[in-house]
Ligand binder design. Structure first.
Ligand code: KET
Length: 452
């Protein structure tokens, strides 16, 4: 257009030139009109208010927010018992020796590339993860009835599994334990499922409400999904016995309930990977279907690598293949494909007998240190004569002690002793050390002997 005007203006009549000038003027005018309307638009810099001005400040996450508050506290005696992350006796995060070795191997291998992984992730990692949780001799693996996809740690595996069920499973209700890990209801609601709870914990015995559990699962509509903590229940540290698991299995199978296992602590409960996977293997051994979300955050200390897996055990390899094809349709628009590094570390460790054995020793050492913290804390309260029965500290299983302290007591301990924990009274035993046990025991003694 501009070229046309200028070429015609050199050879045309005065009236043509006047019309041309007028047109240029009008065009320039409309340009500036456009510009001013751009500047005045709600997302431009020129106008006053933000389109997000109506937002209220969201509260911090109930678990991860504890670390945020802890980091702001300048006190030298502060203690973070909030998040379930392992610490050494020196209170430091731990990178396992086998992880260091595996990473060295990966770095030394110059043939390694950084291409996108397939949508399902690292295939070798998936196979090894299924073997780790279901057992090397699992008939379901042998019969090719298991599909496993690498996901973003335990959370991502739960979310992908939840969305898959919301899309393709006839029942949209998932039952979760009361209480449970705080993220469960949010994950499954956003995945498109309806969340309901089943009784699990009895505050009066600080143990399992087995009768309540059986009643609630017995009353659940046939086909409902049931979330089960594979071991080391979070936050209560209370697990069913193997006999109770068998009863749960029979009830669930008789009602056609769909088991969805969350396995975030394999190896952390008993110190043995196989023992901790037993409840899952009981459900797989009966030939029925189930889902399993695995996390390597805790048992390999790979928290920030975000490495986990979702396995769906099906009744035939034909169905498993179609399930996998649909899982890919869930994953691709969500994050396309998972990251390569963490899964490669896990694959190196799981495929090598020596590294695997070394891992089991390191894992056992972490589990043992936690158990020793339980004993030390229990003893420290006994020697202080702290009122109340604290035997649940040594009875509960896994990373956490569900102390029974109420939110007012927790906030008193934070204010006066700089001890940070979730407001439900859960403490991460993995964050304690012999040096810090007396400080925690003093704080618990204080709140147990005075009204706060
Ligand atoms: N399931 C359970 C039961 C669980 O406790 C956690 C983490 C996860 C899954 C997910 O972990 P991931 O890092 O996505 O693999 N729990 C600890 C950390 C957190 O809240 O994110 C915690 O309870 O402290």
């Amino acid at each position: 257009m501009t070229t046309e005007f200028s070429s015609s203006s050199s050879s045309s009549s005065p009236s043509d030139r006047r019309i041309g000038a007028l047109l240029r003027h009008l065009t320039a005018g409309s340009d500036s009109d456009n510009l001013s309307s751009v500047y005045a638009s709600p997302t431009s810099g020129a106008t006053g208010g933000s389109v997000f001005a109506h937002l209220v400040q969201a509260p911090e996450d109930p678990i991860l927010g504890v670390t945020v508050a802890y980091n702001k506290d300048p006190s030298p005696v502060k203690l973070n018992l909030g998040v379930g992350a392992y610490r050494t006796e020196e209170g430091k995060p731990l990178v396992l020796n086998v992880v260091r070795k595996a990473e060295q191997q990966l770095i030394n291998d110059r043939t390694r590339i950084k291409e996108y992984l397939p949508i399902v992730g690292l295939v070798e990692f998936n196979k090894l993860s299924a073997k780790l949780i279901l057992g090397a001799d699992s008939p379901a693996i042998r019969e090719n009835r298991v599909t496993t996809v690498e996901c973003l740690s335990g959370t991502g595996s739960l979310r992908v599994g939840g969305e898959f069920l919301a899309k393709h499973y006839h029942q949209k209700t998932i039952y979760i334990t009361q209480p449970t890990w705080g993220n469960h209801p949010k994950i499954f609601t956003l995945a498109g499922l309806t969340v309901k709870t089943y009784r699990y914990y009895d505050p009066s015995t600080r143990g399992l409400n087995f009768q309540g559990l059986l009643e609630d699962l017995g009353a659940a509509p046939p086909g409902s999904i049931v979330l089960l903590h594979a071991c080391a229940h979070n936050p209560t540290g209370v697990d069913p016995t193997i006999q109770q698991w068998e009863q749960i299995r029979q009830l669930m199978r008789s009602k056609g309930l769909m088991p969805f296992f969350d396995s975030a602590y394999q190896g952390f409960a008993s110190g043995s990977l196989d023992t901790d996977a037993k409840p899952i293997r009981m459900f797989v051994a009966d030939g029925g279907e189930c889902l399993v979300a695995q996390s390597y955050a805790k048992n390999m200390g790979l928290y920030g690598e975000r490495v986990g897996a979702l396995s769906i055990v099906c009744k035939s390899s034909d169905v498993a293949g179609r399930v996998e094809s649909q899982l890919k349709l869930v994953i691709r628009p969500m994050y396309s494909s998972p990251p390569i590094h963490g899964a490669s570390i896990v694959a190196v460790i799981l495929r090598d007998r020596n590294l695997f054995n070394e891992w089991t020793l390191e894992l056992k050492a972490m589990a043992d240190r936690i158990i020793s913290m339980r004993k030390q804390l229990f003893e420290a309260l006994r020697t202080r004569g702290t009122p109340g029965d604290w035997s649940h500290i040594i009875k509960q299983i896994g990373m956490f002690t569900f102390t029974g302290l109420n939110p007012a007591q927790v906030s008193y301990m934070t204010k006066e002793y700089h001890i940070y924990m979730t407001s439900d009274g859960r403490i991460s035993m993995a964050g304690l050390s012999s040096k810090t046990v007396p400080h925690l025991a003093d704080a618990i003694h204080a709140v147990a002997t005075k009204t706060v």
